[in-house]
Design a protein around this ligand. Structure first.
Ligand code: BTN
Length: 253
C-alpha cells in the first residue's frame, strides 16, 4: 500500500527524545504561540503521560506512537465538541485497520482490538465563547510493546495482535492523513457521515451486555447510539432508553 502524503497534518513536527507529556507541551505551546495548523508534538518516552480522567498513560521507550496534534476548528461550536472525539477515533481506527482486521471504538474513544485496549486518545479543547478555539488531540498507540505492567487493564499492541513488529513512521503517516481527512469532513459539518462511521465501528453496538454505575450497580442493557452531545444511549431490558455521560458508566467485560 502506498503511504499517503498529508497536506499539512504532521508537516511541522516537534520531536523530543523524552518529555513529560506531548499534550501538556502542545497545550502550553498554544497558550504562548501560534503554531501552524496540523503541528504535532512527538516523543519516544513520556515521564508524565496523561490519560483520560486524570489517569496516566504508560509506554515503553521508543516502542509506541506518542503524539499530539494541534488544530484550530474555529467553525465548530462548543456544543459539537464530541465530533473531535469522533474525528480522532475514526482516524485511529482507519489507520489500525490497515494492520489489524478487527478494531473498534469503545465509547467515547478508546480503541480496542477484540476485548483489549490498543490505543487511547485524549482530546483537550480550548473554547472561545460558543466556539472551539484550539484542540489538542493526543494519541497513544501501542505498536511494538510486548510486555505491559500488571496494573494496565487488558492492554494489547499491533505486534501482539499481528505477531510482527510494525513501522512507527508508516503508522504516523497514515494517522496524519486520516486525521486530515476527518478534519476536512468536520469543517464541512459532515456530521451525519462521521456519526454513522463512528457507530459502524462502535464496540458492543446493539449487543446485550452488563454495565455498571455508582448509583445502580450492575445492569444489563445494549448500546443503541449516541445523542447530539455524544452521550451514550443504552436501551434497558424494560425497553426504556437512558443516556450516560463520560465517567458515569463502566463497561463490564
Ligand atoms: C486514555 O486512554 O486514557 C487516553 C490516553 C492518551 C495518551 C496519549 S499519549 C500522547 C498524548 N500525550 C499524553 O500525555 N497523552 C496522550
Amino acid at each position: 500500500m502506498n503511504v499517503p502524503e498529508p497536506l499539512f497534518t504532521g508537516k511541522n513536527t516537534i520531536y523530543f527524545q523524552q518529555i513529560d507529556s506531548t499534550n501538556t507541551y502542545a497545550m502550553d505551546m498554544i497558550s504562548k504561540t501560534n503554531p501552524p495548523e496540523g503541528t504535532c508534538v512527538r516523543t519516544d518516552y513520556q515521564t508524565a503521560g496523561k490519560g483520560q480522567i486524570g489517569r496516566y498513560w504508560q509506554s515503553e521507550t521508543g516502542k509506541n506512537v506518542l503524539i499530539s496534534y494541534i488544530f484550530y476548528p474555529h467553525c465548530i461550536k462548543a456544543t459539537d465538541q464530541f465530533y473531535l472525539n469522533i474525528m480522532s477515533g475514526l482516524a485511529v481506527i482507519n489507520t489500525l485497520s490497515l494492520w489489524i482486521p478487527e478494531v473498534k471504538i469503545k465509547w467515547p474513544n478508546d480503541i480496542y482490538a477484540g476485548n483489549k485496549k490498543i490505543a487511547g486518545i485524549l482530546v483537550q479543547n480550548v473554547l472561545r465563547g460558543t466556539q472551539i478555539k484550539t484542540t489538542v488531540i493526543g494519541i497513544g498507540i501501542n505498536v511494538n510493546q510486548i510486555l505491559f505492567p500488571a496494573d494496565i487493564p487488558n492492554p494489547t499492541s499491533v505486534a501482539i495482535e499481528t505477531g510482527k513488529f510494525a513501522d512507527l513512521e508508516k503508522i504516523i503517516l497514515w494517522l496524519s492523513a486520516g486525521l486530515e481527512h476527518q478534519y476536512f469532513l468536520l469543517k464541512k459539518h459532515s456530521f451525519d457521515i462521521m456519526k454513522m462511521d463512528y457507530l459502524n465501528h462502535l464496540y458492543r453496538l446493539n449487543e446485550w451486555a452488563t454495565f455498571c454505575t455508582d448509583t445502580t450497580g450492575d445492569f444489563i442493557a445494549r448500546i443503541t447510539g449516541i445523542d447530539a452531545q455524544g452521550k451514550l444511549l443504552l436501551q434497558l431490558e424494560n425497553e426504556t432508553t437512558v443516556s450516560f455521560g463520560f465517567r458515569e458508566l463502566t463497561f463490564k467485560i
